[in-house]
Design a binder for this molecule. Structure first.
Ligand code: NAD
Ligand code: UDP
Length: 354
């Protein structure tokens, strides 16, 4: 079992991955500035992993801090080593992820996503910790030239968020090439992470109006919003609405565990993998699946296409199956059921006691 630093571990994907990693027996140190999350998520993670008070202190440590703070990172690695529990590997979730916001404040995106990653990598290198799982994104494929999209597809981001993820991937390639027998790196390119832990205790809690389809649909179902705007009804798809590859966040969490196991077991390497289901679902298919799961109606209206959208984005996930033995286990109905369990138990997200 390993001792892992989890940056951004209180966030949506991080919190679900923490549950899976704790259940797999790893010890975690979470570093988060809580700029887009709350410590309450980690209290719930600890309960879900059935940690009592004593084991919680040892197995799920939490530090408030910023990945752009070199002195703070240095302390974290040094203190862990001097306490006899050096960090074996890092899972790096901390970052910003909203495409529209990245177009308004690109400096912030380059700062948190690229400078933050550079500071983290420098601290890792200085302390001899060279095993990393990095949260990359399918957004770096831009408008895909062929679907399903293999990892060999051209990298051609169309917004600052995508550019910042592509730049970190490039930095990781440069680093791995500089010391090929030392770095063990997995760049995981997520497609559309959605859903929640089946308990309904943890889930996605976007600030303000959600930009993404799933949280918007579930807020309509729970009555927080009146109706969904469907962006475009004239896409070249079965029902004219956009098609995406939605991946249950628990499948994604299990993908991280599998990637970590692979890095720890195999010789040093840089792995780049799509994490998606390989199945596409249209906006209207998502709406109907959510209506079935919730027993509620989701009113919607068609509006113009959203700038920057692609018609269809679906992963070719075969390399992850080949390299990790991992594939998604859950479909759109599971995603909707678990997403509804979270939304209905926590209508205002973590602001309300669940
Ligand atoms: P999230 O916002 O829920 O989680 C990110 C976490 O990082 C939050 O807890 C936030 O407080 C923390 N954080 C942000 N800046 C920080 C900083 N400077 N220092 C320390 N902590 C900081 O997002 P998520 O959906 O869980 O995404 C996790 C990662 O996956 C991100 O890097 C994101 O870009 C990437 N990703 C997400 C998606 C998606 O659709 N959710 C898709 C592809 C890739
Ligand atoms: N979408 C929509 N209405 C919304 C949000 C999204 O019709 O309020 C559509 C969007 O055009 C795309 C799909 O839902 O076809 C998924 O969008 P999301 O923003 O969730 O993911 P991304 O486009 O970043 O893959």
């Amino acid at each position: 079992m390993a001792r892992l630093l989890i940056t951004g571990g209180a966030g949506f994907i991080g919190s679900h991955t923490c549950v899976v990693l704790l259940q797999a027996g790893h010890d975690l140190l979470v570093l988060d500035d809580f700029s887009n999350s709350t410590p309450l998520a980690l209290e719930r993670v600890s309960a879900l992993a059935q940690l009592d008070n004593q084991s919680c202190q040892a197995r799920l440590q939490v530090r408030r801090g910023d990945i752009r703070d070199p002195a703070g990172l240095d302390n974290l690695f040094a203190q862990s080593a001097s306490a006899g529990a050096p960090i074996d590997a890092v899972i790096h979730f901390a970052g910003l992820k909203a495409v529209g916001e990245s177009m308004r404040v690109p400096l912030r995106y380059w700062d948190v996503n690229l400078t933050g990653s550079r500071c983290l990598l420098a601290a890792m290198d200085a302390h001899g910790c060279r095993t990393l799982v990095f949260s990359s994104s399918a957004t770096l494929y831009g408008y895909p030239e062929c679907v399903p999209i293999p990892e060999t597809a051209p990298i051609q981001p169309i917004n600052p968020y995508g550019h910042s993820k592509a730049a970190v991937e490039q930095l990781l390639h440069d680093l791995a090439a500089s010391a090929p027998n030392q770095w063990r790196i997995a760049c995981l390119r997520y497609f559309n992470p959605v859903g929640a832990h089946p308990s309904g205790e943890i889930g996605e809690d976007p600030l303000g109006t959600p930009n993404n389809l799933f949280p918007f649909v579930s807020q309509v179902a729970v009555g927080r919003r009146k109706s969904l705007q469907v962006f475009g009804g004239d896409w070249p798809t079965n029902d004219g609405t956009g098609v995406r590859d939605y991946i249950h966040v628990m499948d994604l969490a299990e993908g991280h565990r599998a990637a970590l196991d692979c890095l720890l077991a195999e010789p040093a390497q840089l792995l780049t993998l799509n994490l998606g289901s390989g199945q596409g679902a249209s906006v209207l298919e998502v709406v109907h699946a959510f209506e079935r799961a919730s027993g509620r109606q989701v009113p919607y209206e068609h509006v113009a296409r959203r700038a920057g959208d692609a018609a269809i984005t679906v992963a070719d996930p075969s390399l992850a199956l080949q390299r990790l033995g991992w594939r998604t286990q859950r479909g759109l109905d599971d995603i909707s059921r678990d997403g509804w369990a979270w939304q209905s138990a926590n209508p205002d997200g973590y602001d309300e006691p669940g």
